[in-house]
Design a protein around this ligand. Structure first.
Ligand code: NAD
Length: 463
């Protein structure tokens, strides 16, 4: 390197530091060195954005849908490679759903009341700058879904991506920021930091300019957010049981369960984590699950080996195996398979740790019960009041109704794979932030909007 090149390099670094952003000064982007700089830039962007017309929000969302679509394969491969969890093919389906099926501003419906006293409008307005925390299990899906939902509602977003998915997340946030800038002329409506550590997340949570925390992740991070005193939309863990009664079609139920539980190696919080099946249909269900690519591990000793590698001594999921393929898990347990299974299935008792712990692995425990009532009681125990997701296969409408009402989960899927609850292959919009402890359920733009009341006295009632 000659002296001129060296001088130019030093100038570029100094310019970037003054600017606070990483990258060349000509293209200031969303990725900052300091949390403080990212938040100040994001807040400034929000102030600009709130003065703009609603049409600009739609222009941005349309541009995101068009320009991110060609990047879906690459981001899915990057996410699978970097996190070592799930598989690129299923991540393509998840990212596609997040991009195409997250609602835009049409989700923000206004309510009006009129009468002799005049008119009242209830409008959905932005909170400001949202601090959004994303998990390693759906890193890019959550960033896409949160960006569309939060910007549709008029907010800006500071992202805390998961350190385990840092590279793909930063790459995506930079792309998103560029698309938004080209569509709107506003920089930094999405921001983050170059080194998204746990400490950076803590600093962000405590910052006074963060108006709202939207946390998608495990119990520790949701609890931490709750202690900040800020408003939190908390999307915490689940442990979805799938209940199968004797009236279900064993062929369809088996296919749906294997499809849902094998999807992205079971890293989804909504995925089937255990099967509770009425004894009289259990053999037919298990047979059909095997016909759909599931490997039944039946020897007690082999099941013990699987349990030992899947669950740690502390009774937690073994993080080294979360989201790994069935082949990797079998190998870790010292077992082999005559074919490449999509899913591993085991029959266990109702108190087995494989049933009670959220494993996030393609190892699906099956528990037999004598009847629907016993099954529903067990499903409640397994779901553990997380109010997340439950699935049921049955042709008995009153039982389906009773289970849905009793379980009180944010998502209840009847006669389909769990991912139907995300609007994948089924009706309904897509979300990757299912607010369970705080109760908002499947989030959409209106979840990230403040409800405001606007009153006009003595007029505008034309009835
Ligand atoms: P995780 O809890 O390890 O991480 C979530 C985020 O929190 C990450 O960004 C991480 O950096 C941050 N974090 C975690 N502990 C922290 C700490 N002590 N200080 C600061 N930041 C911290 O979650 P994960 O393993 O990536 O995701 C899996 C979990 O998330 C599962 O429990 C799953 O059920 C849940 N999840 C829930 C939803 C939902 O919509 N309800 C969606 C996806 C994942």
């Amino acid at each position: 390197m000659n002296s001129t090149e060296l001088e130019n390099m030093i100038r570029a670094i100094l310019a970037d530091n003054l600017n606070g952003a990483v990258g060349s000064k000509a293209t200031p982007n969303a990725i900052f060195h300091q949390v403080e700089d990212a938040i100040i830039a994001g807040y400034g962007a929000y102030r600009q954005y709130m003065a703009e017309a609603l049409a600009l929000r739609t222009k941005i969302i349309t541009a995101l849908r068009e320009e991110l679509a060609p990047l879906i394969s690459e981001m899915s491969e990057r996410a699978a490679d970097e996190t070592g969890m799930g598989n690129a093919l299923d991540k393509i389906a998840k990212n596609t759903a997040a991009l195409a099926n997250t609602p835009g501003i049409e989700d923000l419906t206004t309510r009006a009341l009129t009468g002799d006293g005049g008119m009242v409008l209830f409008e959905l307005s932005p909170f400001g700058l949202i601090g959004a925390i994303a998990p390693s299990t759906n890193p890019t899906e959550t960033i896409i879904n949160n960006t569309i939902s939060m910007l549709a509602a008029g907010n800006a977003v500071y992202f805390s991506p998961h350190p385990g998915a840092k590279n793909v997340s930063l790459w995506l946030i930079e792309k998103i920021e560029g698309i938004i800038y080209r569509a709107s002329g506003i920089h930094n409506l999405v921001t983050t930091v170059a080194n998204p550590t746990f400490d950076a997340t803590r600093e962000m949570m405590a910052h006074p300019r963060i108006a709202l925390l939207a946390v998608t992740g495990g119990p520790a991070i949701v609890d931490m957010a709750m202690k900040t005193g800020k408003k939190v939309i908390g999307a915490g863990p689940g442990n979805p049981p799938v209940l199968v009664d004797e009236t279900a079609c064993p062929i369809k139920a088996a296919k749906d369960i294997v499809d849902g539980a094998a999807f992205d190696h079971n890293v989804l919080c909504i995925a089937e984590k255990s099967v509770i099946v009425v004894d009289s249909i259990a053999d037919r269900l298990v047979d059909n699950m095997q016909k759909n690519g599931a490997l039944l591990v039946s020897s007690v000793a082999d099941v013990a080996k699987l349990r030992q590698v899947a669950i740690t001594e502390k009774g937690e999921a073994n993080k080294k195996l979360v989201g790994k393929s069935p082949a990797v898990i079998l190998q870790a347990a010292g077992l082999s398979a005559p074919f490449a299974p999509r899913l591993i299935i085991v029959e266990v008792g109702k108190d087995d740790p494989l049933v009670l712990v959220e494993q996030l692995m393609p190892v699906l425990p099956i528990v037999r019960v004598k009847d629907f009532d016993e099954g529903l009681a067990l499903a409640l125990v397994v779901e553990n009041d997380l109010h997340h997701t439950a699935i049921m296969h049955s042709q008995n409408v009153s039982r389906l109704n009773r289970a849905a009402k009793t379980m009180q989960t944010s998502i209840f899927v009847k006669n389909g794979p769990s991912y139907a609850g995300l609007g994948i292959g089924a009706e309904g919009f897509t979300t990757f932030t299912i607010a369970t402890p705080t109760g908002e359920g499947t989030t959409s733009p209106r979840t990230f909007a403040r409800k405001r009341r606007c009153v006009l006295t003595n007029g505008f009632s034309i009835r």
